[in-house]
Write a protein that binds this ligand. Structure first.
Ligand code: SF4
Ligand code: SF4
Ligand code: SF4
Ligand code: FES
Length: 631
């Protein structure tokens, strides 16, 4: 019998770390105690996207969303809502700067402007139950591909969809698939030709001792960008979508083996993927004779080697082979000669999760979302949607999915709820650590591959960091350059030395020791790295520096010439004071200060003892009246 109420409790990593698994047990116990076991079921779902407000609970069919639910709330929640049908006001979401809570999921601005395609099953199914995925049309696309389409038809459909790789490069997936299929055919033909030649020119008829060359399908789940969690969340909320996408890809290119190269730091994603693989095998959706056809394919999970550079295609394949994860020159493409020198189709998690819906609903449905004209050329625009992890100084941080072509302003202000505490927006960084920073003049820029590239940044895999007025762009660029310097494999000189020297220069600028000409050296080094580095890590690494110089050059000059940090971040260049006109003597800063460096009576203006201040910024963070200023 169907349940009267489904309680969807977020079981994504963010909410799990806030205690959602224990919450589930508490809820189930309380539901049983109230005699509701036959009427109310609790389902642990994947990430619902609203991670900063977790643990998240959604009650269906009412569509009511609860935030920050704790074990203490369970008895009253069960009593009031599950039993008496009265939503519990105190746990509803209240948007920033508003007083009235918003009761339902669909009316919360964070969700209302999103376009959900890849995350279609987020929060709706139990990711650990294949039955739930199948009930949501799961594996229908695979059945359609295997029984109604030839591999060439599948490739044509993906080409027509103009789906571009979501891992960063934006290369059209259909073209990659086609190249991979042709590469295997070509290499087998070449081998036969060679054998024929060795047999003295007669047609080679003896049985082959070697197996024919077969491509492999590899899913890149080595999401290394700091703060990014798109791929982890997709796997956690819908692992079968990735498996189905990989299996369709395998059929299209003629592969029988696949790998998911997944980060070591993603234990929950790995566990769900392992369980999903077992379930798919048990139902004949993986292995030999998939769905009763002659198609054979299986997937192995491989744990990543823990290096950022292993997300790069050639390094990833070296690591898969058990070698050191170092990139190699890509004049030979991995799609032709990749894993163990065979044709290798590498797509990331989000790209593959798009595949089942494209096959099921058709390429024209997919191209109805997005920008540009892709009717003749897949590079002509950006189709479909993009998943981003929204973080930084924005009210609603979390995981979002938006149509290509949405503006940055819509993402930051409508979905993200704007900048906390009424502060001003300063910059947005897209594209992960080697992405660029864009100032307010780009807020109305369309979010798509080409528009972001034109502005000097990139789509990347989907990290989006919002920075407010209290940010120093020189320091932010330094942070990412330092990260990349640590992660550079060191194989080629421009990257290894360019990143080290850039870090040294940025270090001295933020310490107030910058010299005339430093900015020009940074620019010159950046250009050399873009031209000469061996892999994409190096060629894109100067982006943080080059975009901050391009759009925030005055900040560099202020540090070097005036020895001041306009963002009030660089410790050597600032001192704090309390504005007596704003201070109401709430004493919060006194409690937060680790050095007892603030004096003042309650309800009277406070002051900072400069000799005791270590410039930790704790008082700035806690002051609700923005009374702590920097000079
Ligand atoms: S560009 Fe950097 S990460 Fe890439 S191969 Fe060269 S040193 Fe290694
Ligand atoms: S937290 Fe702000 S308002 Fe409160 S005492 Fe300190 S400076 Fe004054
Ligand atoms: S910056 Fe840190 S050390 Fe200085 S006054 Fe504020 S809380 Fe105290
Ligand atoms: S982990 Fe729960 S909402 Fe993201």
């Amino acid at each position: 019998m169907p349940y009267r109420m489904n309680v969807l409790l977020c079981g994504g990593t963010g909410c799990v770390s806030s205690g959602s698994f224990n919450l589930k047990l508490d809820m189930e116990r309380e539901i049983e105690r109230k005699g509701l076991k036959e009427e109310v079921q609790v389902i642990a779902t994947g990430c619902q996207g609203f991670c900063a407000e977790g643990p998240i609970v959604i009650v269906q069919p009412d569509g009511v969303l609860y935030c920050k639910v704790t074990p203490k709330d369970v008895p009253i929640l069960v009593e009031e809502h599950f039993l008496k049908g009265r939503p519990l006001q105190k746990l509803l979401y209240t948007p920033p700067d508003e007083t009235a809570p918003v009761p339902t999921l669909n009316t919360i601005p964070f969700f209302a402007k999103q376009k959900i395609v890849v995350l279609r099953n987020r929060g709706l199914i139990d990711p650990e139950r294949i039955e739930d995925y199948i009930a949501a049309d799961g594996y229908m696309a695979l059945a359609k591909a295997l029984t109604e389409m030839t591999p060439e038809d599948v490739i044509s459909e993906i080409k027509a969809s103009a789906l571009r790789g979501r891992g960063g490069g934006g290369f059209p997936a259909g073209i990659k698939w086609e190249t991979c299929r042709h590469a295997a055919k070509k290499q087998n033909a070449e081998r036969m030709e060679q054998l024929t030649k060795e047999a003295g020119g007669d047609r080679f008829t003896k049985p082959l001792t070697q197996r024919p060359i077969e491509p492999v399908v590899i899913c890149n789940a080595d999401e290394g960008d700091p703060g990014a969690f798109m791929d982890r969340s997709i796997i956690e909320c819908d692992p079968h979508a990735v498996i189905e996408g990989m299996t369709i890809a395998a059929y299209a290119v003629g592969a029988r083996r696949g790998f998911v190269y997944v980060r070591q730091e993603y234990p929950l994603a790995r566990k769900r993927l392992e369980k999903a693989l077992e379930q798919a095998r048990a139902l004949g959706l993986l292995g030999e004779n998939i769905l009763g056809t002659k198609v054979e394919f299986d997937i192995k999970i491989v744990q990543g080697a823990g290096a950022f550079v292993c997300g790069e295609s050639t390094a990833l394949m070296a690591s898969l082979e058990g070698k050191v994860g170092e990139p190699r020159a890509k004049y030979i493409h991995t799609v032709e000669y990749g894993y163990k020198d065979g044709p290798s189709l590498l797509n990331n998690v989000e790209t593959l999760a798009n595949i089942p819906l494209i096959i099921l609903r058709g390429a024209s449905w997919f191209t109805s979302m997005g920008t540009g004209d892709v009717s003749e050329n897949p590079w002509g625009g950006s189709t479909g949607t993009k998943v981003f992890s929204l973080s930084g100084t924005v009210n609603n941080t979390g995981l979002i999915e938006v149509p290509m072509g949405i503006t940055l302003r819509e993402i930051i202000y409508d979905i993200g709820g704007g900048i906390p505490r009424g502060r001003d927006f300063k910059a947005v960084q897209t594209g992960g650590p080697s992405g660029g920073f864009l100032p307010a003049q780009f807020l109305d820029r369309s979010v798509d591959f080409d528009s972001l590239n034109d502005a000097g940044t990139m789509m990347g895999s989907g990290g989006m960091v919002i920075l407010d007025e209290g940010t120093c762009l020189v320091d932010s660029a330094r942070f990412f350059v330092k990260f990349l310097a640590d992660e550079s494999c060191g194989k080629c000189v421009p990257c290894r030395e360019g990143l080290r020297r850039s870090t040294e220069i940025l270090d001295r600028i933020v310490e107030g020791k910058g010299r005339d000409g430093d900015v020009e050296i940074l620019e010159e080094m950046g250009e050399v790295m873009q031209d000469c580095c061996l892999c994409a890590l190096g060629t894109s690494a100067p982006n943080p520096v080059l975009t901050t110089i391009r759009y925030f050059r005055d900040e560099y000059e202020c540090h070097i010439q005036d020895h001041k940090c306009p963002g009030g971040v660089c410790k050597d260049l600032i001192s704090y004071y309390i504005n007596p006109d704003r201070c109401d003597g709430c004493h919060a800063c006194v409690r937060a200060c680790p050095t007892n460096g603030i004096l003042g009576e309650v309800k009277q203006a406070h002051s900072i003892i400069e000799s005791k201040c270590i410039k930790c910024g704790a008082c700035v963070e806690v002051c609700k009246r923005d009374a702590v200023m920097h000079a």
